[in-house]
Structures are given as structure tokens and as C-alpha cells.
Design a protein around this ligand. Structure first.
Ligand code: GLY
Ligand code: MN
Ligand code: MN
Length: 441
């Protein structure tokens, strides 16, 4: 099995150091396990993002134990599938314990089968343990059993059980702020994503099936070295765009319809997440233009507001105000748009948030508020999506007839920089004129 990405192991060590500084306890992390799909065939495997982030080890069923030392440094122990020549004939090379030390910077490594025995030894002095309970009952039971036995051996001081601390919040805090290396990977994921969207925009035409467009866009991703999509591609023509997570992608595209494509390539462990909406036949109708302009105006206004100190709360307010104003312009809502926005009158037609964090996971880790419940101010190095939309279903009688069946979302990936922001996906047409020119060139 090849390495997930060719990082210097020092980078993972530095990440572990940062997490342990916040956690102030030993850390036990499980990698992703393989899941049977049927018989002896597994669902395609992707390593757990936190696990990748902290050690990069790509093989299933592995574990990481990082133990802080008095010197301020830490010891890293990996438990990995051992070398097994006959299994490797079937499933490819394994790193084995030697590879875990040589290529991933573990101080020690053992076959995963020895985990419980070794953990029992090494965890003797633990008063605290960073471990996410509640994810796997069988594993939790064994862990508690080990500490429970220790409790029996210390009936007087009752100090057998360590305090469990959820390690995900400190890991998440580190993952919010992307390093320059991570931004490079994200830019490549976004560039590949852009390439795919442009190909899809150029080839779409009436008579093609949505899955044919999906095949082309995903082929571009794959050819550019992306191992997989960051999420299931949404290729939604006409009224299908009003189903937010439409992934059937099995309808024939027709003249006069819009095509909403929400697709993102993964690269270097990071995901792009882009939506463009354009006419199947390369020409917007007047009604489509009217709705499109409202969503685009909103998206551009939100992007302009992204900078350190801005919050998702502020962005959502801008988006809701703009889109509510638009709904009034379209004759769908009547009244003062500010009052209507306060009442949430836009919700039937804009029912999702303006955006989310983006990184190793498409809906990346991280809250929108601080521990005190205040909106979390953006900081340079954070990456988010900006993705307003208007969804006007064909069967919604509150909507003037000419707008029914139109669904539009425009989504870009935005890096917060010290002086404002940088759009990582700026290279995909989104102005009406640019789209029409691009589709007809
Ligand atoms: N592609 C999923 C999303 O935009 O959130
Ligand atoms: Mn998306
Ligand atoms: Mn998104």
C-alpha cells in the first residue's frame, strides 16, 4: 500500500505536539476499520481524517498511542497490520512495523494484534486518557475492563480508572487553521475540481444523461491524480436541483433547463467543494437570469465580507437579507425584506446555511461558536465554503409560474487571509456572460 501523501514525518510529529499541548494527557486514537459490503468484499476504504492528520498511516484497523513525556516531548507508538506475505499477494504491500517506524516516524510499532497486551502495560500510570468513548462498544468494553481490573488491584485509593477526555475538540482546533502545506494541497484539490467543472460545463448539452456528465467530471478528477471524490457528486438538471442532496443523477437533460453541479475532488487528503449552475443548452432564459443574478449578487457580497474577525453569523445574515430581498423582487414574498428576514420567511426557498468549514472532510470539523456560545471569529488560515442558493420547486404555487422548477446554488471555497480572503476556486466561470461564452466556445 502506498503512503497517503509524502509528508515529512516531522510534520505529523509537530501536529501531535500541538494537540498534546492542548490535551495535556496521553492520546489513544483508532484509525478507520474496514467494513464488509457483502461476502468477503469491503466498502472502499478511506482512513479516518484525524488519524491521517496526526500520523498519516494509511492502513485499516491501525491505532496510535501518543504518550507525553516529562521533557515536553512525546513517544509515539503505532499498532499496525503486520507484514503477511500471503495476504499481501491479495491486498498489496503493507508497511508493517518497520515501515511504520521508517516512513511514519513512530518511535515504536507493534502488530495490531498485540495492542491490548501492550496497552495494558503502557497505560499503568495513566490518570487521564484522551480517547473518544462511545464510538465502538466492543472496544470501549475492553478498555474499561482493563482499567476495571486495575481498580480491583487498588481498592483503597480508587485510582484505577483514568479520567477520559474527548480528544476531538483539541484536534479540531488544530485542524481549523491550515498550514501553508495544507493550503497548497487544498489549492490543488480546488484546481482539479475547477478543471472538472469546466469540462462538465463545456460538454453538457440537451439529450445527455446526468450520469454521463458525472462520468466526465469524475474522470477529470481521477486523471489529475485525485483518488476519490470528496462527497457524492450532485448532477441535478431542472427541478432536481431543488433536492439538495440529489445524487441519483439518472435523468436526461433537456433544452431550457439549468444544470446544477455540486462536485469536489479530493487531493492529498483534502476536499474541494464547488457548485456551479448553468444552462444545459448554453443560454439562460430571462427568468433563469433573474434568479441567477440574485444568487450571484448574494454570493459576491458574502465573499467580500470574508476576513479575519468575520463570523458565520454575519455571513448568514448578509445572505439571508440578500436572498429575502431577492424573493421580494421575484414576487414570492411581499413586504419589507428586513422584517421578513427576521421572521425567517426565506426558509422555504433557502433552507441551508451559507457555508461550512472545508478541509480534510468536506464538512470539516469545527464549531461556528466559541465555548461561550459566541460566534467564532474567522482567523487567517481557516477555509470555508460560501454557497447561497435559491430553490424554487416546480410544484410550489406560491412562486410565479415562470420561476417554478428553477434551483440555483453557487459555491466557492474561500481561504481567510490576513488582509481578507482568497477564493481558491475563482477559475470557474460564474458571471452570466462568462458562462454563456464558455458553454458556446
Ligand atoms: N457538497 C455538499 C455541500 O455543499 O455542503
Ligand atoms: Mn457543495
Ligand atoms: Mn458545501
Amino acid at each position: 500500500m502506498s503512503k497517503l501523501h509524502s509528508l515529512d514525518p516531522e510534520i505529523w510529529k509537530e501536529r501531535r505536539r500541538n494537540v498534546l499541548k492542548k490535551l495535556r494527557a496521553p492520546l489513544l486514537l483508532r484509525g478507520a476499520t474496514q467494513t464488509l459490503r457483502n461476502g468477503d468484499v469491503h466498502y472502499s476504504f478511506r482512513q479516518d481524517s484525524n488519524f491521517s492528520y496526526l500520523c498519516g498511516f494509511p492502513e485499516p484497523d491501525s491505532l496510535l498511542l501518543a504518550i507525553p513525556e516529562k521533557t515536553g516531548d512525546h513517544k509515539t507508538i503505532l499498532f499496525v497490520p503486520p507484514k503477511n506475505p500471503s495476504l499481501e499477494v491479495w491486498n498489496g504491500k503493507r508497511e508493517g512495523v518497520k515501515g511504520a517506524i521508517r516512513n511514519y516516524g513512530a518511535d515504536e510499532a507493534y502488530p495490531v494484534q498485540e495492542f491490548w497486551k501492550i496497552f495494558q502495560e503502557r497505560s499503568k500510570g495513566f490518570d487521564e486518557l484522551g480517547f473518544a468513548l462511545g464510538m465502538n462498544k466492543e472496544f470501549d468494553d475492553k478498555l474499561l475492563q482493563i482499567f476495571g481490573q486495575r481498580l480491583k488491584g487498588r481498592p483503597r485509593d480508587n485510582r484505577g480508572l483514568p479520567t477520559f477526555i474527548d480528544p476531538r475538540p483539541p484536534i479540531n482546533e488544530c485542524r481549523w487553521i491550515k498550514s501553508s502545506y495544507e493550503i497548497e494541497q487544498m489549492q490543488r484539490a480546488c484546481d482539479i475540481t475547477a478543471q472538472g467543472h469546466k469540462v462538465a460545463m463545456a460538454l453538457s448539452r440537451p439529450g445527455l444523461y446526468e450520469y454521463e456528465v458525472q462520468a466526465e467530471i469524475e474522470a477529470v478528477f481521477r486523471r489529475a491524480g485525485s483518488p476519490r471524490v470528496g462527497y457524492d457528486s450532485i448532477i441535478a438538471s431542472g427541478n432536481n436541483a431543488n433536492t439538495l442532496h440529489y445524487i441519483q443523477n439518472n435523468r436526461k437533460m433537456r433544452r431550457g433547463q439549468l444544470l446544477l453541479i455540486d462536485a469536489g475532488a479530493e487531493f492529498g487528503g483534502y476536499s474541494g467543494d464547488v457548485t456551479r449552475t448553468f444552462p444545459v443548452d448554453g443560454r439562460f432564459t430571462e427568468a433563469q437570469k433573474t434568479v441567477y443574478r440574485i444568487v450571484l449578487r448574494c454570493q459576491k457580497k458574502c465573499i467580500r465580507a470574508v476576513r479575519p474577525g468575520c463570523t458565520f453569523e454575519k455571513l448568514n445574515k448578509i445572505a439571508q437579507l440578500e436572498l429575502t430581498k431577492g424573493l421580494v423582487e421575484l414576487g414570492i414574498l411581499k413586504g419589507d425584506y428586513k422584517t421578513l428576514r427576521e421572521k425567517g420567511a426565506f426558509k422555504p426557498w433557502f433552507m441551508h446555511g451559507l457555508g461550512h468549514w472545508l478541509g480534510m472532510d468536506v464538512h470539516d470539523v469545527g464549531p461556528e461558536t466559541t465555548k461561550e456560545g459566541k460566534p467564532l471569529p474567522f482567523r487567517s488560515g481557516m477555509v470555508l465554503t460560501v454557497e447561497p442558493g435559491l430553490y424554487l420547486p416546480a410544484n410550489d404555487k406560491r412562486i410565479p409560474k415562470e420561476y417554478r422548477g428553477i434551483g440555483i446554488r453557487i459555491e466557492d471555497d474561500v481561504l481567510v487571509t490576513r488582509s481578507g480572503n482568497r477564493v481558491l476556486t475563482a477559475d470557474i466561470p460564474k458571471e452570466i456572460q462568462d458562462i454563456e461564452e464558455f458553454c458556446n466556445s
